[in-house]
Ligand binder design. Structure first.
Ligand SMILES: C[S@@+](CC[C@H](N)C(=O)[O-])C[C@H]1O[C@@H](n2cnc3c(N)ncnc32)[C@H](O)[C@@H]1O
Length: 266
């Protein structure tokens, strides 16, 4: 092998390893450290530093990076939600986004909701820095948006107060016992006939992808694997009753979009 090719190969491996180490440090590694340090419990103890530290949020939140993390399916996943919102009459209704996410999902959901007539869009997150960061992307519809520092498992909104609720890749980061709680809250605040839009990881159909995905979750996000079976969101929602779920999977089954419609007569 020529020396220059070897040099390129070694550099590539080093960059890959450094990136993996960086992401491990600001995600699971930090949670491991927290779990062994005293005084680090609390409602937000499960939140990675990449979602709580403003510098890290700003460093990572670039569309190409975020698209790559979701295997370049980001746009497709967001479009599945916004296309449906655009075909829903939201005149004088409230729309909720439960938890912030990187990339342009929040501005796109806000635009779709406002175009469909939404009166207000509520954006809730347990971390204030995430809300401040989201606000910086939403100057266009500032008067219509409310930012709420709230926990997805104990929302302050009244029962049946929103027509749509969007949860984008939150469940896989929640401790298992909170996944069902967050879904219950998401359905509680929905009005009859209202829709919960859920984008999440799903068990891939291809074994190669399944093996890679399994390894990724084991190393970086061990709370995500339960979505494949024991904490399948559709099973959890259907077990609650009063809801009709439609699930669409994309990219060989690696991702899912669930639309859960709350029954009109509960
Ligand atoms: C929804 S996930 C987004 C992950 C995804 N990888 C992305 O595209 O950005 C991360 C967000 O969820 C928020 N979050 C975590 N636990 C929460 C909870 N219990 N209630 C509300 N927000 C929560 C975090 O603060 C963070 O803003």
């Amino acid at each position: 092998m020529p020396a220059w090719l070897l040099y390129i190969f070694v550099s590539f491996v080093c960059v890959l390893a450094a990136t993996a180490l960086f992401f491990f440090t600001v995600t699971r590694g930090a949670l491991i450290m927290r779990s062994i340090m005293p005084g680090s419990s609390g409602d937000a103890a499960h939140v990675y530093p990449i979602y709580s530290n403003l510098r890290l949020i700003r460093m990572i939140d670039f569309q190409p990076i975020i698209a790559a993390i979701l295997l370049f399916q980001y746009d497709r996943l967001v479009s599945a939600i916004t296309d449906d919102l655009q075909h829903t009459n939201l005149r004088s209704k409230n729309v909720l986004i439960t938890s912030c996410a990187f990339g342009n999902v929040i501005p796109r959901v806000v635009n779709a909701a406002v175009d469909s007539g939404a009166r207000r869009v509520l954006i809730a997150d347990i971390i204030k820095n995430e809300l401040d960061h989201a606000q910086s992307k939403l100057l266009a519809h500032a008067g219509k948006i409310e930012f709420l520092e709230e926990n997805a498992i104990a929302m302050k909104q009244a029962d049946g107060s929103v027509a749509a609720n969007v949860i984008f890749f939150l469940l896989h980061e929640l401790p298992h016992h909170l996944k069902g709680e967050a879904l219950k809250e998401a359905m509680r605040v929905l009005e009859p006939g209202g829709k919960l839009y859920l984008a999440e990881f799903h068990r891939p159909k291809l074994w190669v992808l399944r093996a890679l995905s399994w390894t990724y979750f084991k190393v970086f996000e061990p709370l995500g694997l339960a979505l494949w079976d024991s904490h399948d969101p559709v099973k959890q929602l259907e077990a609650m009753g009063g809801v009709t779920c439609e699930r669409r999977t994309v990219f060989f089954g690696n991702f899912q979009i669930v639309v859960a419609t709350k029954d009109k007569v509960a």
